[in-house]
Design a protein around this ligand. Structure first.
Ligand code: CA
Length: 714
């Protein structure tokens, strides 16, 4: 595939460039060391990223250091004084979709990416905005993303800030002004690729993958020169058409684990989140997502392991050449992406020091691998798991239970964990002092239903299986896990799943936001709650710690959204707060800031549906169509998780405007594209009848309300 380098469109800026440069210079004078002033803002290099202790004040890469431990050496905010924390400042992001980014702080300046891939720079001491850059991602790209239009962060390197835009561009910005310096298309724009991942910079190259494994793409990870965006190397995660030459030996080997014509739909294997780097071994590690379709019969005739799906892969940092892999879920068909954080640490296991890599996988197991060789050190479930009863230490393979492969049995299967995962993208953190890993953990069971007459669609996702919640109650909790003994140390329960990422520090604290809209600090050694504040919106993103002007801060993005909020339907409401208030929040000791109450109303859905449709056959026909084309954004059972229109309450259900929207693309600029390529008018009517039917069902049997549970403190 070709990639080219060129200038992007001029950015929309919040403030004039001159004033902005002046302010930046002023800020540097106040907060930065002399070396940083000489070099300008974001003067980050490998030495600084690796120097964890020497750079205690900063947060220079998305996982802080290349080992991605998310451990800060700062101890000014600690277990003895964290009860005195308060709100120092906040900044509204004005992009009301899910916020999943970890901020960076470099010498007093904070760099943040938001939903729709905007980038903003702030004075980290005051929250004053320095610049804002909008890549103007076309809103109709929304239809290519399963899991909200999120972005997980930026990278900084030698005066530049890098962002992967949702439409597949990699963009380098001038850290002084937010002005774009170069732009590279990293994807084939005719295919449903997206980017939500934070780039990392290794040896002067920006490393970036992409999403699309639910849609029909072939996964890969690429490297581009940070200086000018020229292409350096690429590693595919799935083999291409075997009648064509393979790109490398690893692809030839991987092709032996596939069957049928997988390449026609790409095979999946998206590299959409984690990445870490060991400078001594010169290896880059990344996680690989599930296959397209999820149904392995459709994907690979129920045969083979399907490498490198659901694997952790190590490649040479200079060339991208294959080094080793560990496949957590061979031949997977339950959406067990293996993209969760890859944390590098040196652990004493059986009194032997080991260089390990750790992952709390979506599939429920906590893996410890030897990061030189990829050999399995240990694997233990962190939640109840019913698809396997363990991992065979000799082969490294899971020991699957019977009846779990719906594509083989042709029967529905109730699987724990469900596709939301025991642990998803929400970052975990490792504290070398306590020896514990802090995992945003969830227990969610899902039912996989075999679909008859499923057809691959050119629009929307192609998972090839029906999915729904079960009567087993979902839970979510902060889990402190001992990775050496592979056992729980303590846990803090939350209302439901989809809580925030974590950070930990030398001050013996762990900080985490939750889905109900609280941000809390706990003792790292025993989980005692030290402080919390209601922040008005669910927090999914991971916090950071930094220091500026002699004071320490904890910062995090608030803003409910993401896959669970969009698709979980009624279950999404269980976690406590469906309102999206997108902000950067910064806390420090002794502060007493308060929020201006948001102008957006809490989510309250009032159902007053038209009468139950007389045509029951049409309702029945609409249900699977809704599942395939609508549920990924409008929620299972047509129950909104707060981000999108709750269709049960839509005023268009009884109007012909409904067809203008669904088939005519009337709201394409808001992200709702025309489904005319895949739905007939009769199909659209069937979907409408199904939604009206659902609204009537929920009016008769309302169950727990799907509304914000914000405390009364207006
Ligand atoms: Ca997936």
């Amino acid at each position: 595939m070709e990639s080219y380098t060129g200038r992007a469109r001029a950015p929309r800026r919040a403030v004039g460039a001159l004033c902005l440069l002046f302010h930046t210079a002023q800020l540097m004078g106040i907060s930065a060391g002399s070396a940083a002033i000489a070099a300008g803002p974001a003067s980050v290099d490998a030495g600084r990223i690796q120097d964890g202790a020497g750079e205690a004040r900063n947060w220079l890469s998305t996982g802080r250091t290349y080992d991605e431990q998310r451990y800060s050496p700062l101890r000014g905010i600690n277990a003895d004084n964290a009860s005195h924390l308060g709100l120092a400042w906040y900044a509204d992001l004005y992009v009301e979709r899910g916020q999943e980014a970890t901020p960076l702080v470099v010498d007093g300046i904070m760099y943040v990416s938001t939903a729709w891939s905007l980038v903003k720079a702030y004075d980290a001491r005051t929250g004053k905005i320095l610049w804002s850059y909008d890549p103007n991602v076309p809103r109709n790209i929304n239809v290519n993303g399963c899991c909200d239009v999120v972005n997980r962060g930026v990278a900084a390197w030698k005066g530049k800030i890098f962002v992967g835009a949702f439409d597949g561009r990699l963009i380098a910005l001038d850290a002084r002004s937010g002005r774009p310096l170069w732009t590279t298309w990293t994807v084939d724009r005719t295919k449903p690729y997206t980017i939500t991942q934070a780039p990392r910079v290794v040896k002067g190259r920006v490393i970036i993958g992409n999403g699309g494994g639910e849609y029909g793409t072939r996964g890969y990870i690429s490297a581009y020169n940070a200086e000018d965006g020229t292409f350096a190397w690429r590693f595919y995660t799935v083999p291409g058409d075997p009648s064509q030459p393979f790109e490398n030996e690893a692809m030839a080997r991987a092709a032996k684990t596939w069957s049928g014509e997988w390449w026609k739909l790409g095979g999946g294997g998206a590299v959409w989140d984690s990445m870490s780097y060991d400078p001594d071994l010169n290896l880059i590690y990344f996680g690989v997502g599930n296959g397209t379709e999820w149904d392995q019969r459709a994907r690979s005739q129920n045969k083979g392991d399907n490498l490198f799906l659901s694997s952790i892969v190590a490649v040479d940092a200079d060339t991208g050449a294959y080094a080793w892999h560990y496949q957590a879920t061979p031949g997977e068909e339950w959406d067990y992406d293996a993209v969760q954080q890859l944390v590098l640490a040196d652990l004493a296991i059986g009194d032997v020091p080991r260089k390990v890599l750790m992952q709390a996988n979506k599939n429920g197991f906590f893996y410890v691998l030897d990061r030189k060789t990829g050999a399995l050190v240990s694997a233990t479930p962190i939640v109840p798991v019913n698809w396997a009863h363990g991992v065979d230490m000799k082969s490294g393979r899971p020991m699957e239970n019977g009846g779990i492969r719906y594509s083989e049995t042709g029967k529905s299967a109730s699987i724990m964990p469900g596709p939301v995962g025991a642990h998803s993208w929400q970052p975990m953190a490792y504290n070398p002092t306590t020896g514990l890993v802090y995992i945003p953990t969830q227990q969610v069971t899902s039912e996989f239903d075999v679909l008859s007459n499923y057809k691959v669609s050119p629009l929307g996702w192609n998972i090839g299986v029906g999915m729904r919640g079960t009567n087993v109650k979902s839970t979510g909790f902060l889990l402190a896990w001992d990775p050496v003994r592979q056992r729980e140390a303590w846990r803090v329960p939350y209302l439901g799943p989809w809580n925030g990422g974590t950070v930990t520090s030398a001050g013996n604290i762990v900080a985490e936001g939750d889905a109900a809209g609280n941000f809390a600090v706990y003792r790292a050694d025993n989980g005692q709650k030290l402080w919390s504040m209601f922040v008005q919106s669910g927090v999914m993103a991971a916090p950071i710690l930094y220091e500026v002007g002699g004071e320490e801060y904890i910062a995090v993005l608030s803003g409910w959204g993401g896959a669970f909020a969009l698709s979980a339907g009624k279950e999404a409401g269980q976690s406590g707060n469906l309102r999206n208030v997108s902000r950067v929040l910064a806390f420090k000791l002794g502060a007493s800031g308060t929020f201006t109450f948001p102008s957006v109303d809490p989510v309250r859905v009032t159902l007053d549906p038209p009468p139950e449709p007389a045509d029951a056959a049409s309702v029945a026909r609409g249900e699977p169509l809704f599942g395939q084309y609508c549920s990924v954004c409008h929620g299972g059972g047509a129950v909104s998780g707060g981000l999108t229109q709750d269709l049960r309450a839509s005023k268009f259900l009884t109007s012909d405007v409904y067809y203008d929207i669904v088939l005519g693309g009337l709201m394409k600029d808001e992200g709702m594209v025309s489904f005319k390529p895949v739905l007939t008018r009769a199909d659209a009517t069937a979907v409408r009848n199904y939604v009206i039917h659902r609204a009537n069902e929920d009016t008769k049997h309302p169950g727990p309300p799907n509304v914000s549970t914000e405390p009364e403190r207006r």
